[in-house]
Design a protein around this ligand. Structure first.
Ligand code: ADP
Ligand code: ZN
Length: 631
């Protein structure tokens, strides 16, 4: 049964409470499906559905098409896994992440789900076996890359086999507007034509409005329902610091908050990635580089270590992270600004998928903005696309300079909203402002008098009256703004120029990063407007969300911490034995729940979050024994 209306439900996910914020059409709620709940509890060991999961599952199980936009960690996988288990035939999951498919399959097998992957890393023999098993109806879920799905022999298989549904994961790859367009994804349009009676569910965590429209058009989901969960990731704490000394800033942040954790440090270039990793090692951390220029086997090895071991820092370019489902990444740090807010949100979104408190820190400077502008200008994209990219970059700079709640700025960008969150740097430490009218006038006038073509560093030198050959050559030591800015330090001028850019009073020209006045800048001068600017000094501290939360979880009890460590050690041992990441055995939330509940028999163990039938059977006894030793 396909629905004929497009419903748009905007949900806001705040901790455990979920409320409906706005709704264009009241959707008919699907009747509760006791079978779905039974699978959730028995197979996955979870007590209740989150947010819209149940509605999505019921809708797809009854044959409807769906587009699902849900933040990372929101629980998208269950939205196609459970319908695949409930419907007749195999669930076909299209994903671009070949390198991670095998891991996903292993994790499902631990739950007792019959999963398989077909891709270029798998031998011909086992592909044949998997295909036969699919035809016999013995596979619940099969993961394939789009290019594989589109091959004649795979389509031939699908023509023969019973199919439960098609799930298109990372669906933003369909769209040129998205941030990771993949041409093969576009060809998935054929699914609607070739298999019109089989439900399609497209899922993504990042898609702005044009991208969403593209996905719905391309995959022909108009007749289905659209589920949009709120974008908020309340467990992530955001901090953005102006660059002073990026290495020291990052080091202090990790030492103070995350000495025992796994995290990701994003760098702009391959070279800084390697240098930073090496330097973190000399500072006593286990840090590994990851970028597209490393040999494939080294990349695979580093990823494997990051997934399977604890306290590992991955220092990476943006080549790393897509589809990484490690739930206990406790921090994401950016040494430079990312490309735009979507990229920032996706990259920081890799922290805290398990819902536990996590931190995102960005260090940024004026040069970063110039560099990102260069990337855009020098890319081969059409002009229209470049204009969009420049606007997106401006929005990111606005976020960096925001004096209001960071989360509000981010959510606003995605068309969502929230109250000041109390869990970001600007909420916790509201920036001081000062009357920047005169100083802005000086800056603008200096830009004007030097011909609107110089960058921040040169302009600052002129304002500070520097004795400099180049300035003399241009005769700028003779203009009226030479030396009128000596009462501010160089770093303060940088902050002032950054803010003028983010307020759109001046704009860098896209070729050389030279600053020119915008129409708003001209009217600011002409109409003698006033301006409040943000002070930047003395804001180096990052309040972490994590330590507090750890205390809340177990209090100060020594024995609880001992039990937690013992459980973790046992988990690690099992993980090593089985060659899987520790969180496939149990995630941190499950271990914390054991510490709180102290299950000293199998019945109580079955109540622990994340323990379904299979895991109880496999690991229950062993963990009950450890608990008993501590009680
Ligand atoms: P996404 O794909 O949206 O990023 P996942 O599907 O990987 O998120 O889910 C994130 C985590 O939350 C996983 O560990 C998953 O098992 C867990 N999870 C999903 N749904 C629930 C639920 N209803 N109750 C408890 N945990 C859940
Ligand atoms: Zn806030």
């Amino acid at each position: 049964m396909n629905r004929t209306n497009l419903y748009e439900i905007i949900l806001c996910n705040k901790g455990f409470g979920v409320y409906i914020k706005s709704m264009s059409v009241q959707p008919l709620r699907q009747p509760a499906n006791p079978d779905a709940l039974r699978i959730l509890q028995k197979t996955y060991g979870y007590g209740a559905f989150r947010g819209e999961q149940e509605d999505i599952i019921n809708h797809v199980t009854s044959g409807g098409n769906a587009f699902v936009l849900m933040p990372t960690g929101g629980g998208k996988s269950l939205c196609y896994q459970i319908p695949s288990l409930l419907r007749h035939g195999v669930g076909v999951i299209v994903s671009p992440l070949i390198a991670l498919m095998q891991n996903q399959v292993e994790a499902l097998k631990l739950l007792g789900i019959r999963a398989a992957a077909i891709n270029s890393t798998i031998t011909g023999g086992s592909i044949v076996q998997t295909k036969e098993a699919i035809l016999r109806g013995e596979i619940d879920l099969v993961y394939v890359a789009p290019e594989r799905l589109l091959m004649d022999d795979f389509l031939g298989l699908l023509d023969e086999a019973p199919i439960a549904l098609f799930a298109i994961d990372e669906a933003h790859c369909v769209s040129q507007w998205g941030h990771d367009f993949r041409p093969h994804y576009k060809e998935l349009a054929l699914l609607a034509e070739r298999y019109p009676s089989i439900p399609r569910i497209a899922l993504t965590a990042t898609a702005d409005a044009p991208t969403r429209r593209d996905i719905v058009d391309c995959l022909k989901l108009k007749e289905g329902r659209t589920f949009i969960a709120g974008f908020d990731r309340p467990n992530i704490h955001y901090s953005i610091l102006p660059r002073d000394n990026a290495r020291q800033q990052i080091l202090k942040f990790i030492r103070d908050n995350h000495a025992e954790d796994s995290g990701i440090v994003y760098c702009l270039s391959r070279k800084t990635t390697e240098e930073t990793a090496m330097w973190l090692c000399t500072e006593g951390f286990r840090a590994l580089p990851y970028h597209a220029g490393l040999p494939a086997d080294m990349r695979a090895q580093h990823q494997e270590i990051f997934l399977k071991e604890e306290k590992v820092i991955m220092v990476a370019t943006i080549a790393f992270g897509m589809g990484i489902d490690k739930p206990d990444v406790r921090f994401v740090a950016h040494m430079n600004i990312p490309k735009n807010i979507e990229a920032y949100y996706q990259e920081t979104g890799r922290a805290g998928r398990d819902g536990l408190p996590s931190n995102a820190l960005m260090v940024y400077g004026a040069q970063d903005a110039a560099m990102q502008r260069n990337f855009i200008t020098e890319s081969n994209a059409p002009e229209q696309q470049k204009r969009i990219e420049h606007q997106k970059l401006n929005a990111l700079l606005g976020l960096c300079e925001a004096a209001s709640c960071r989360r509000q700025v981010i959510l606003d960008y995605f068309g969502d909203s929230c109250e000041p969150c109390g869990n970001c740097d600007t909420c916790q430490n509201p920036p001081q402002t000062f009357d920047g009218t005169v100083v802005a006038q000086k800056a603008l006038s200096c830009i004007y008098r030097t011909g609107q073509r110089f960058g921040v560093s040169y302009l600052t030198d002129v304002l500070m009256g520097k004795d400099d050959e180049r300035i003399k050559q241009f005769g700028h030591d003779k203009i009226s703004t030479f030396g009128i800015g000596k009462d501010y330090a160089k770093s303060e001028w940088q902050g002032i120029f950054r803010q003028l850019v983010s307020l759109n009073l001046v704009a860098p020209d896209t070729e050389h990063g030279g600053l020119a006045m915008t129409p708003q800048g001209q009217s600011f001068l002409k109409e003698k407007k006033t301006l409040a600017l943000r002070k930047h000094e003395g804001r180096g501290k990052v309040k972490a969300a994590r330590k507090e939360a750890a205390r809340q979880a177990f209090g100060e009890s020594e024995s609880d911490h001992g039990l937690y460590a013992a459980l973790k050690a046992a988990r690690m041992e099992l993980a090593k034995e089985q060659g899987v990441p520790p969180y496939y055995i149990f995630n941190d939330k499950t271990l914390r729940d054991m510490v709180l509940l102290k299950p000293d028999n199998m019945e109580r163990m079955a109540l622990v979050h994340g323990i379904g039938e299979k895991k109880l059977e496999r690991y229950g006894k062993m963990f009950v024994k450890i608990v008993k030793e501590y009680v």
